[in-house]
Design a protein around this ligand. Structure first.
Ligand code: NDP
Length: 328
């Protein structure tokens, strides 16, 4: 058996946490031969609820779960961690402007960035799930001088998985047939799910579908608005599929993407595809040996470029707002 790795989860007593922790502890994220210690962070008023979740984790008697740490101190939660899943964030409340939301989350993610910098293991990999995820990740990264920037990522994998499911339904195939899907930009309603490089059973998805009307009026808005549609139908947010996507994101980053396919991750831009440096934006990436690299050389047509420009512009605005607030 391997040595245990340490996995921090923030907002661990929340809805996503409740779906996520059991899957990490059962080996679905890092493999069935990888023992894990869970280090769970919550705000002080939620520590009792967290205790209940920890009791349930114990009662599963997971063979791979070596330890459960429960704390409201980020320095403790991030102590020697190899993986950090930042799920907890301040939800938008009624009447709250975007600037207020960025500011409220800035208070959380500056502190967590500093704590990761001072406490985490040198190989730490960070995934931000809590919204606005891309900019929260930028804030944490900017406040973590001792962690390399490329370890900070944000989640667009749920959007990626949603796009695959929609395309499989449209083409009467299975998600197993759909490869090379791409989400560009921000995890928000401006994100661009791009099927122009996607394949269905090895054939060009765009040629197979050949329906620009469906693409613009159904596919893109359905993927962009899927979270709201689930809240409308269920009365609760899409916590289980978000947790599933977080597992997918970390698993592929740690263990690699399959040959002949890629995934979507929001990562610090290196300027590829004209996306300016200084923002955390979603790209098509492959992963191997615990590192990701952007898929290069894709041709971007005018339609796609316009969509990418719009979502990147939103990220730049968010970056400018948090810069004005002194958070990055
Ligand atoms: P959830 O667990 O449902 O959601 C947590 C975060 O994930 C939210 O920011 C949410 O964004 C985001 N998210 C990203 N993708 C999705 C998706 N597809 N569906 C739903 N959410 C998504 O929230 P809860 O309120 O149940 O739990 C949050 C927990 O975090 C609470 O227990 C709270 O105490 C804790 N918390 C912890 C902090 C800390 O550890 N320092 C700081 C702040 C909160 P959105 O808001 O857009 O739905």
């Amino acid at each position: 058996m391997k040595d245990p790795v340490r996995v921090a989860v923030t907002g661990a007593a929340g809805q996503i946490g409740y779906s996520l922790l059991f899957r990490i502890a059962s080996g679905q994220m890092l493999g069935e031969d990888q023992p894990v210690a869970l280090q769970l962070l919550e705000i002080t008023p939620a520590l009792d609820a967290l205790k209940g979740v920890a009791m349930e984790l114990e009662d599963c008697a997971f063979p791979l779960l070596t330890e459960i740490v429960q704390t409201d101190d980020p320095e403790v939660a991030f102590g020697d961690v190899n993986y950090a899943l930042l799920v907890g964030s301040r939800p938008r409340s009624k009447g709250m402007e975007r600037k207020d939301l960025l500011e409220a989350n800035g208070a959380i993610f500056t502190v967590q960035g500093r704590a990761l910098s001072s406490s985490a293991a040198s190989d730490v990999k960070v995934l931000v799930v809590g919204n606005p995820a891309n900019t929260n990740a930028l804030i944490a990264m900017s406040n973590a001088p001792d962690v390399p920037n490329d370890r900070f990522t944000a989640m667009t994998r749920l959007d990626h998985n949603r796009a695959k499911a929609q395309l499989a339904q449209k083409t009467g195939t299975s998600v197993n047939d759909v490869t090379k899907m791409t989400i560009w930009g921000n995890h928000s309603a401006t994100q661009y799910p791009d099927i122009f490089h996607a394949e269905v059973g090895g054939r060009s998805a765009a040629e197979l579908v050949n329906d620009q009307g469906w693409l613009e009026s159904e596919f893109i808005p359905t993927v962009q608005q899927r979270g709201a549609a689930i809240i409308e139908a269920r009365g609760l947010s899409s916590a289980a599929s978000a947790a599933n996507a977080a597992i997918d994101h970390m698993r592929d980053w740690a263990l690699g993407t399959p040959d002949g396919d890629w995934v979507s991750m929001a990562i610090p831009s290196d300027g590829s595809y004209g996306v300016p440096e200084g923002i955390i934006s979603s790209f098509p990436v492959t992963c191997s040996g615990g590192e990701y690299s952007i898929v290069q050389g894709l041709e971007i047509d005018e339609f796609s470029q316009g969509r990418i420009d719009a979502t990147v512009a939103e990220l730049q605005e968010e970056r400018d707002t948090v810069a004005e607030l002194g958070l990055v």
